[in-house]
Design a protein around this ligand. Structure first.
Ligand SMILES: Nc1ncnc2c1ncn2[C@@H]1O[C@H](COP(=O)(O)OP(=O)(O)OP(=O)(O)O)[C@@H](O)[C@H]1O
Ligand SMILES: [Mg+2]
Length: 283
């Protein structure tokens, strides 16, 4: 499997009009093709802004020679539409994302835009709607749906277009636990089947824990980057940024404070319980 970078961000800053300090401050990072990246950071740290920069909805400040590349193509005025075809984003607030009069129209919209033949659409649209458990609402008006139902429809719209990159900006925050795990399962299947690249912005530490790579943002900057083991072992750093820490990492930290050191490779709750039971039974 190719492990090249599908997204490259170099020296990107962005300042919203009529504001004085940058929302994104000289950020650089890579996202590997076929990987799952979680972006974490407290409210206002710049997570949604960086997403809007990746698909050209916002244009970087003209300093430090910023560079954004998606799937081997530099993002410019000329390539922006081509790049948007490859990146499916479910935005934080799905209300701003609906264009269709019914759920089915809405899910079909992205396919229509991409010139997908009607015969194909008639197959894909109901499949995507069913995948998110909204088949009873096919002809409903999106504006009349609940928050979680809107999120499901927005996700169906992205599943239907089968993009190379899927970016979910707190896209499951309003879903109930079973809806949430179902969506995660579908995204996992797509990732495996089509080598999809997933970028997941979330405040949910268990969701973040599913990633291959975690990017930690604070005040518009990238504070740290690494795999889940590396990042979640930095309990002090995460706490200082006001972020949640997985339960097992917190227990490890407390044990360390009492003089009990747990090996680095023990990270999940299950591994920790097994390790503690085994070391206790040896005594
Ligand atoms: N349209 C806008 N105009 C001016 N400032 C904005 C605008 N949108 C966001 N900002 C500011 O830019 C900064 C980054 O915002 P952003 O929405 O990217 O944060 P976030 O990490 O996604 O936060 P959250 O977790 O709340 O979604 C914040 O300080 C915010 O107030
Ligand atoms: Mg946001």
């Amino acid at each position: 499997m190719a492990k090249d970078s599908i997204i490259k961000i170099r020296n990107v800053s962005f300042t919203y009009p009529d504001t004085t300090s940058p929302a994104i401050n000289n950020i650089s990072f890579d996202i590997k093709r076929g990987s799952w990246t979680s972006i974490i950071g407290h409210n206002g740290s710049g997570k949604s802004t960086i997403i809007r920069l990746i698909n050209g909805l916002l244009v970087p400040d003209n300093k430090n020679s910023p560079y954004i590349e998606v799937d081997g193509t530099e993002l410019t005025d000329k390539t922006v539409w081509n790049i948007r075809d490859k990146v499916g984003i479910v935005f934080q607030n799905p209300d701003n994302q609906f264009v269709g009069a019914t759920v089915a129209d809405d899910v079909a919209f992205g396919l229509e835009n991409r010139g997908v033949p009607r015969s194909k659409m008639l197959k894909i649209v109901p499949e995507a709607i069913k995948a998110v458990g909204m088949d009873d609402y096919t002809n409903a008006e999106p504006s009349n749906l609940s928050g979680g139902q809107k999120q499901r429809v927005a996700i169906a719209g992205i599943l239907a277009i089968q993009p190379k990159i899927i970016i979910l900006d707190e896209a499951t925050s309003m879903l109930d636990p079973s809806g949430r795990s179902k969506i995660l399962q579908i995204v996992h299947q797509m990732k495996k089947k089509d080598n999809l690249t997933v970028v997941f912005i979330t405040h949910d530490i268990d969701e973040a824990n599913l990633a291959d790579q975690i990017i930690v943002m604070n005040n518009g900057g990238l504070v740290d980057q690494g795999n889940t083991k590396e990042i979640f072992s930095k309990v002090k750093l995460l706490k200082s940024l006001g972020l949640d820490v997985p339960f097992a990492s917190q227990v490890k930290e407390k044990l360390l404070q009492s003089g009990i050191s747990i090996p680095k490779e023990i990270n999940s709750e299950k591994e920790l319980i097994n390790y503690l039971c085994q070391s206790n039974s040896k005594k």
